[in-house]
Design a protein around this ligand. Structure first.
Ligand code: NDP
Length: 313
């Protein structure tokens, strides 16, 4: 038996086109949603992520602007920038790309983003809204995990869900979303005893660990759905062979690029699972799609009835 591959690119495209339709209605009424992205310093990976986010805004019709202060920017200067964005009516979402330069007080900066414009969903106010099931903004990657399950018609209510990883940005919000969707949730971490045994009880297994291929087939109940959040770069040929030996397409691309991406789930898991997300092309594409959806959601929540009525019409 071979698992169904849950195509994150396809689901993300669906979400982007739904967002684009809503943005069109709002723009026609003079209420175009807007996202401001702050990229401080010159981290090459962050530049690539920000470029992707700006491009996705262009595709969906969301207004975007990029603020790129130099690496020497002070905490106070960033706070001033955020305060001015908080006050601007046409800006619905503010995204502070992490990591910030080392001398900056990142916690203080993130806390300054108005919860109503916190499209990353990391503000303690939004964390509280999520845990008490009030309308708020939900972190993008965890929201993407749940969208994959729902849009793939994988039942959640009453199912045993096991999440490996308890970070504030992935593991914990995924757990909260699945509890809210009536799953029975177990959260595992580095101190969990008999991790493989606990994972084998899962109908839905979510891996958010940051360890290449750690979830092997002995962690997976036959037929389970396995969602792989991990993104790990592999450059060592021996390690590459451990994951992808015999995969001609991957071998060709590894030879050409000198690296490949692997998730936290070993590719062999597809031989026992009922459904799996691939890496790349699984959860990854959902993160930016959900950022677009969150920007429109922020507009709906903050600008209130006008926007909600326009979208219902
Ligand atoms: P963190 O490092 O913050 O958290 C990792 C979690 O995994 C921790 O809770 C840790 O446990 C747990 N863990 C580590 N080793 C083990 C182990 N041997 N056994 C059991 N649990 C273990 O990572 P993030 O949550 O930020 O990210 C997780 C992965 O998801 C990464 O690969 C990251 O790149 C990827 N990611 C992907 C995104 C996407 O868009 N697809 C977005 C964000 C992240 P403990 O708490 O005990 O230390």
């Amino acid at each position: 038996m071979s698992a169904t591959i849950l195509d994150g690119n396809k689901i993300a495209a669906e979400i982007r086109s739904e967002v684009a339709a809503e943005v069109k209605v709002l723009t026609a009424a003079g209420l175009r949603p807007g996202l401001a992205v702050i990229l401080a310093g010159d981290n090459p990976a962050s530049e690539i992520y920000v470029r992707g986010k700006v491009k996705s805004c262009e595709e969906t019709g969301i207004y975007s602007e990029k603020h790129a202060p130099p690496a020497t920017v002070s905490t106070q200067e960033l706070l001033d920038l955020i305060n001015s964005l908080n006050r601007r009516e046409e800006i619905d979402g503010i995204l502070v790309q992490l990591p910030l330069p080392e001398h900056v007080d990142a916690k203080k900066v993130l806390l300054a983003v108005s919860p109503a414009k916190d499209v990353d969903g990391f503000h303690p106010m939004n964390v509280g809204y999520l845990s008490t099931q009030r309308p708020g903004l939900v972190p993008c990657t965890p929201a993407g995990v749940v969208e994959i399950l729902k849009r793939s018609h994988i039942p959640i209510a009453g199912q045993d869900a096991v999440i490996v990883g308890r970070s504030d940005i992935v593991g914990k919000p995924v757990a909260m979303l699945l509890i809210n969707a009536n799953a029975t949730v177990t959260v595992c971490h580095s101190k969990t005893r008999d991790l493989a045994g606990v994972c084998r009880r899962a109908d839905i297994l979510v891996a958010a660990i940051g360890r290449p291929g750690m979830i092997t087939r002995d962690f997976v109940k036959p037929g389970a759905t396995v969602i792989d959040v991990g993104i790990n770069k592999v450059t060592d040929p021996a390690e590459f062979q451990r994951f992808f030996a015999g995969n001609a397409k991957r071998e060709e691309s590894f030879r050409a690029k000198g690296s490949t991406l692997v998730g936290d789930v070993h590719p062999q898991v597809a031989e026992v699972a009922g459904a799996v997300t691939p890496v790349p092309g699984g959860v990854g594409p959902l993160t930016i799609a959900m950022l677009m959806a969150n920007t429109v959601r922020a507009a709906k929540l903050r600008r209130g009835h006008t926007v909600q009525e326009l979208l219902r019409a």
